[in-house]
Structure formats: structure tokens, C-alpha cells
Design a protein around this ligand. Sequence first.
Ligand code: FES
Ligand SMILES: [Fe+2]
Length: 399
Amino acid sequence: MDATEPQSRHLGSAYDLKPGAHDKAITEVGRGTPGGEWMRRYWHPIALSSKVKDLPLAVRLLGEDLVLFRDRKGRVGLVHPRCCHRGTTLYYGRVEDEGIRCCYHGWLFDTEGRCLDMPCEPENGAQIRGNVRQPWYPVEERYGLVFAYMGPPDKKPVLPRWSNLESVTENEKLVATNGSIGAGGDATINVVPCNWLQDWENVMDPFHLPILHTAFSGVQFVPEFGIMPTVDWHYDPDGGMKYVAYRKLDDGREVDRVTYVHFPHVRIVPSTELAAGQAGGVGWVVPIDDTHFTLFSVSKFPKDFKPKRRERIPGKTWVEMNDEEHQRFPGDWEAQVGQGEISLHSEEHLAASDRGIRMLRRLMKEQIEIVQKGGDPQGVTFDPAKAVIEVRSGNFFRK
Ligand code: FES
Ligand SMILES: [Fe+2]
């Protein structure tokens, strides 16, 4: 509903409240759903490369439970957990040189699901091994992350590269992280219990900076964010959309803060310390399922960089805060998880400052429809020469 419509239908009594509903197309990520099929046309970070070793990892992505492992030759495999023989989980499998071996009857699968050994069968299954294949998904490693592609095999796009991560000098390094700091949580917590869109569309909501992050809870980033910006939003001809938030600072300087989102869930947020210049990282808001997401990021840092303890209030990190402190000093986590498991879009009242949210949802629906009609959505390319996406987010000072 529009906030400008008169509320003549009732007097606002909660007694009259009807059950609300979420907008399924843009929130649900399961296989076969419109949004889920759209999501499955892109690559998704699924784990830090450094965590994928010879002990199988249980991972969940887009509502599917999977097993991730690295064989002893260094190749990464992502397979359906249920063994194609008689169904026990490969989570209890053993990683070997050539793949993962099921604990039950010892069938061995390579990283692409081919069966290489059936120790209980005549000739180790040489005659029948080729008839089975453990369901698998392609993976690629880049920037310290493992990316997975879960869509139709003939539609597998090129794994994108990001221009700001491609230019790393001798004195810099890339640091990959998985945690919830970027969603107002903590580096030690990597599952956020609400729908992914609540975090992703927040990136196109620059008006919560002066309120939530400054006036309401005290300065969570820099005091300059307390200045109410002049904002415009634009679709980008190269894909995704951006906002440009203009502020005149008290010292007379003028700055345009330019923030982008790219499909399906990439966010490129400039320095929250208002450091000048291009954003130094890329973030991904990855749906675990409809009601949980995780955040991955890769950022450029000086070579001697060490992560600092991030205190949300004096003396306490976010996980150390008690209930009352979370109430008195809320941040992104409290606001976004506070919208519920999946926000009830039918109950919203969008206003002028929500223009970016409207635009983003509209563009998502267009892209979902393109996929439903058999087309290729924005941000997908099959040409390796076009893999680099130019990063244009940043804090750009006019003088
Ligand atoms: S159930 Fe996996 S080998 Fe038998
Ligand atoms: Fe925020």
C-alpha cells in the first residue's frame, strides 16, 4: 500500500489486522520457484576456500543441503548429500586422492560425481560404474572463495570478476570473510535468521544511515552520515542499480556517496569511514534458504592489515551486548531481522524515500520474468572476455 493513500478503511485498530503476506517472487529461492530459478542462473559464494579441506562440510544454499569437500589432489567438489547407492549421507564420507568415498559400501565419487570404485561389486563395479552419477554442481575458486553454480548446465555463465579486486598492488592483499558484520552482526556468526532480500534491498536505502546508524543509536559509522542526504537512484545500463547520496559536510566539502547492487545479490558499499575513492571490496548476500542468509565479502587491505575487535558500544562487541543494549542501540541486524523471517510486503507503506526499494523490486521482477520466458537475465555473460564488471561505487568528493 502507498503511504499517501488515506486510511479510511479502518481506524487503525490491531483488532482489524488481516494476515499479511510476503512477495513470493522476489523472496523465495527454492528450486522450481520463479525467484529460485532466476537465482540459479548465477554463481554464488558458498564457502571460504581456506575452510574446504579433507573433512566434508555440510552446506546449505538456496534451500538445498549439499556436501562440499576438497579431494587430496586439491580439487573442490559439491555434491548432493544422499549417496546414489542406498542413500546414506556423504557428510560421513572419507576424502581420498580422487574424490569422496561413501562410508556405507565404499562407492567412490570424483568431484563431478563420477563413480570410480564399487568395492563390493565384481571387478569393483567396472561394468556398471558408468551407469550411475552422484548429483553434483560445478564450483570454481576465486578471491579466496568457493563459488557454486546450481542452474541448468547449458546456461552456466562465466564467473564474474570485479575490477576493484583485479588490481591488487604488492602492498595490498585480498581478505575473504564470511560472517554477519556487514548485516550488523558479528564475525563469529555467519547465519542471519531472515530472508536475504531484507539485507540486500537495505543497500538501496540510504535514508536509514542518518536515522538508525546515527541519530537513533549514536554514531555507528561516522558523524557525517547524520546529515540528511539528497538522493537519487538510477538503473545502470551495465546491470544493477545505484544510489547517489549527496552531502555538504560541515567543513564545506561536498561528497557523493555512490553505492551499487548487482544481480543477483551483490552489494558494493563504499568505505563506511567515508574514505575517499572507489570501494575496496565486494559483498554477497547469499540465501541459505527462504528464512536465512549468510554474507561473504572480499576486500582489499594493506598487506600488514589485521582484523580489529569491532565494538558496537563502548567495551562491547555485538555478541557481548545484552538484550537491553540491543534495544537501546539497534543496528542493521536488529532492524532487518526485526522485519520478521520474511517481511510482510502487503503490510508496508512505501514513501518517497523508498524509491530505491521500489525500483529494485521492479527490476528484479523483470529479470525473473525474463528467465521464466527462457531468456538470460542481466549480469549473466557466457563470454570470458566480458567477465570483468567495472566497480563504480565509492565516496567521491567534489572538492
Ligand atoms: S549407500 Fe553409499 S555406498 Fe552404499
Ligand atoms: Fe545499515
